[in-house]
Design a protein around this ligand. Sequence first.
Ligand SMILES: [Zn+2]
Length: 103
Amino acid sequence: MGKLPPFIASILQKRTDPNKDDFNHAKLKNWYKWKQLQRKAFKRDKFLCQRCKKDFKSEKQKLTIDHVIKASDDKTKWFDLDNLRTLCKECHRHINAVNDQNA
Ligand SMILES: [Zn+2]
């Protein structure tokens, strides 16, 4: 297992409140599920940004995942690989800015 992001590390450290613990476990499980899905989506899209079509194979940290159908509209779409597309962070920011204007 690679290095854990700080928020996961802090979840693992703060195990005082049993109710909170349940919640954090669910969060942790979802996080792993999400990471796996993210990797699948990147691979499927061959590390190309689906908007600007640039190849980010050597700069994977600049990639992010976009939900085609916003998960806030349909929660079942959150972990649906068909609903995910690879975007660079630049395009992702742009698309979200446009969506916010339309909302
Ligand atoms: Zn892009």
